[in-house]
Ligand binder design. Structure first.
Ligand SMILES: Cc1ncc(COP(=O)(O)O)c(C=O)c1O
Length: 394
């Protein structure tokens, strides 16, 4: 039966992780994998998560199934967190817990396919490595819009608007990163969100927001601007939300699909579709991580503790950006220095060639072939070495 299969290409980031791990150079700098790290290279459990886990350990009384749409308290609290208390969408929202942000995105993609199989989904160039394979696997039509200019290392907003406004047809879906664009780190400004929202309203386009890093760019309120803007303005919105990074519960696989329908009646139907899709994919999502997130968001003290630690993580990333930017801001390094300073979240795409990336790898400095770095993998000690190596290959 398996004679027809051939060896799959290993996932590029996982392969890079393994090479970096095997490197015994004590001065290696691993900026490849997309997880938050502290100064000493650890990815710790957040304080609030640890406490919630201890409490939950005593409170949990059954391991029975929850439901196809997942933990209801988690979904309610997450919806309020993401859209804000007293959000205008009210009962036009349908939600389902996803197996991580990836599972949440997949639920949305399945609902798009069921509701609108003829829709084309427009993705940014570049985009997160899993978007295109996920969309292709359900057989949706795909198109791309230019997003990141590798010369200026910034968003090419005019090119993006031009392509979407001339190419997309009513009913098409525009996949946007809510904040901390992966891989580039270059985000839309609030004014650009307003402009692209107007365009989507004019043309009957449907935003599909991948929100994987809320809180890690400029803090929650600022990072949620885009999603809140489209929810307040447009009739239909889909969003796949991840808790992996901002609650640091990566392996627990916690996320949520949030879909805005035009009416409460439609939201009910979408809710039933989400349940059906989930049932076919995984039957029931895992509960543990979602229960912890619900425990944190539902408890004033734990919530504050979590928000404080999220702010600390965000501040560390911003400080590293400033330090790296200063170290690069010499003749020849100005463009990268500005980009590193202005971009958001853990990632920046440095615009280096594959040869330059390989040259850095020979010095035990690891980033993806696309020259994406995870800035959280650096620290104040390694930044001078990293900056010098970049300036050298430039
Ligand atoms: C842009 C983007 N979307 C979604 C995800 C999925 O996150 P999760 O690990 O929660 O599935 C990631 C993870 O790296 C990501 O970078």
């Amino acid at each position: 039966m398996f004679d027809t299969l051939t060896q799959c290409e290993p996932d590029a980031i996982i392969a890079l992780m393994q090479v970096a791990k095997a490197d015994t150079n004590p001065n290696k700098i691993d900026l490849g994998v997309g997880v938050y790290k502290t100064d000493d290279g650890a990815t710790p459990i957040m304080r609030a998560v640890k406490q919630a886990e201890a409490l939950y350990h005593h409170e949990e009384i059954t391991k029975s199934y929850v439901s196809t749409s997942g933990n209801m308290e988690f979904r309610r609290l997450m919806t309020d967190l993401i859209l804000g208390d007293n959000h205008p969408a009210g009962d036009r929202i349908a939600t389902a817990q996803g197996v991580g942000g990836s599972g949440a995105l997949r639920l949305c993609v399945e609902v798009i396919k069921a509701a609108s199989p003829q829709a084309t989904v427009w993705v940014s160039t570049p985009t997160w490595a899993n978007h295109i394979p996920m969309l292709e696997s359900v057989g949706l039509g795909l198109a791309s819009y230019p997003y990141y200019n590798k010369e200026t290392l910034s968003v090419d907003f005019d090119a993006m608007m031009d392509t979407v406004s001339t190419g997309a047809r009513s009913g098409d879906v525009i996949l946007l990163h809510g904040c901390c664009h992966n891989p580039s780190g270059a985000d839309l400004t609030h004014e650009q969100w307003d402009t692209v929202t107007d365009l989507m309203a004019d043309r009957g386009l449907v935003p599909f927001i991948d929100l994987a890093y809320a809180g890690l760019g400029h803090g929650l309120e600022t990072d949620l601007y885009g999603l809140r803007k489209v929810v307040a303005t447009l009739p239909n919105v889909l969003s796949g939300i991840s808790c992996s990074k901002n609650f640091a519960v990566y392996k627990e696989r916690v996320g949520m699909a949030l879909i805005l329908a035009e009416t409460p009646e439609q939201a009910d139907i979408v809710q039933s579709e989400l349940g059906l899709v989930q049932r076919r994919l995984v039957s029931m999502p895992p509960d543990h991580g979602a229960a912890l997130v619900a425990r944190i968001l539902g408890d004033r003290d734990l919530r504050q503790m979590w928000a404080d630690e999220l702010d600390e993580m965000q501040t560390r990333i911003s400080d590293l950006r400033v330090t790296l930017s200063e170290a690069l801001n010499v003749q020849g390094g100005e463009v990268i220095a500005r980009a590193v300073r202005e971009q958001n979240g853990m990632f920046s795409m440095l615009g280096l060639s594959k040869d330059q990336v390989r040259a850095l790898r020979k010095k035990s400095i690891y980033m993806t072939d696309s020259a994406r770095i995870n800035i959280a993998g650096a620290n104040l000690k390694t930044i001078p070495q990293f900056a010098d190596a970049i300036l050298e290959v430039l």
